[in-house]
Design a protein around this ligand. Sequence first.
Ligand code: COA
Length: 146
Amino acid sequence: MSAVLTVAPLADADIADVIVLWQRCGLVRPWNDPEADIALARQNANADILLGRAGDVIAASVLVGHDGHRGWVYYVSVDPEYQRKDFGRAIMAAAEDWLRARGIEKMQLMVRADNTQVQAFYESLGFGEQKRIVYAKWLDGRELTP
Ligand SMILES: CC(C)(COP(=O)(O)OP(=O)(O)OC[C@H]1O[C@@H](n2cnc3c(N)ncnc32)[C@H](O)[C@@H]1OP(=O)(O)O)[C@@H](O)C(=O)NCCC(=O)NCCS
């Protein structure tokens, strides 16, 4: 039987712990400031960060948002000590519900090409690969990061 994950939006007191979670999951890149990412997501009505707690421990998280057309998720994470207990499935279900409640019909996400093991996770949740080329540009003019 699956352990219970209780999902709720991130509160101020959770910020330090969720950054540790993202670091433990290998999701923090040198060019991304997680504290700034959290602040920006929380100041916009079209985004939020959902946390999953197993008891008192923050075991899972997702940054979910939409651009007025499609829904996106970032920082999908389950603490290594809690993986393979369906917590990833549960936090993604909460993100899907968050988007459905706002009238969004399609969820999209990007996976780094070297993150091969996560592909089985998303496929088990019903996601399929879409043949698209993703273009990106930093708006402050700096060189594109990998
Ligand atoms: C990806 C991640 C969120 C999955 O979380 P999780 O709680 O372990 O996933 P679940 O237990 O909900 O798994 C659901 C299903 O996905 C598949 N799956 C999950 N992890 C898998 C893995 N490492 N290898 C193969 N299949 C996997 C399985 O089918 C699994 O069902 P099963 O356990 O009954 O076999 C977690 O591994 C993680 O945080 N990874 C590091 C961060 C990361 O890469 N995030 C995604 C960035 S795009």
